[in-house]
Design a protein around this ligand. Sequence first.
Ligand code: NI
Length: 169
Amino acid sequence: MAVLPVLKFPHKALQTKAAQVPQVTDVERRFVKDMIDTMYAEGGVGLAANQVGVLKQIFVASPDQARGKEFVYFNPRIVRKEGEVKEFEGCLSVPELYEPVKRAKKVWIKAMTLSGEWMETAADGLLARIFQHEIDHLNGFLFIDRLGLLKSKSVRRRLSRRHAASSKK
Ligand code: NI
């Protein structure tokens, strides 16, 4: 078991698009185990690779935090969306901030699985929200970028000030 340190805003890796994974090897399989351990240790329902400083298109998710039942996807992309729903969202990389975020109610994603095969799957409810949040991470976006222009700017400013103050201590 290895729990990796989770990077916090404004770390550059969180604002960088992750690279495609050409194939799933032992390196990725080991890394995914660490990502899952890290997600549970931090009490999260999802984790993207760039949150632990690895710029690869990989995310893990577990809406019920049920060990052994994680969703693990490589190179995921949304192929279809339906509806809209606004709910509070948070992120391990943006501690102590919860804001309502508009997301599609239902999404269809295409991704490669741990076995290296491509598949398509649909999700709604919390799972759809997690998928959208994690795919955003892999494209270099945080949920605070989804708050509308003015709100995003003010939240970013506030977090940057907080970061500057804490790194001076
Ligand atoms: Ni997040």
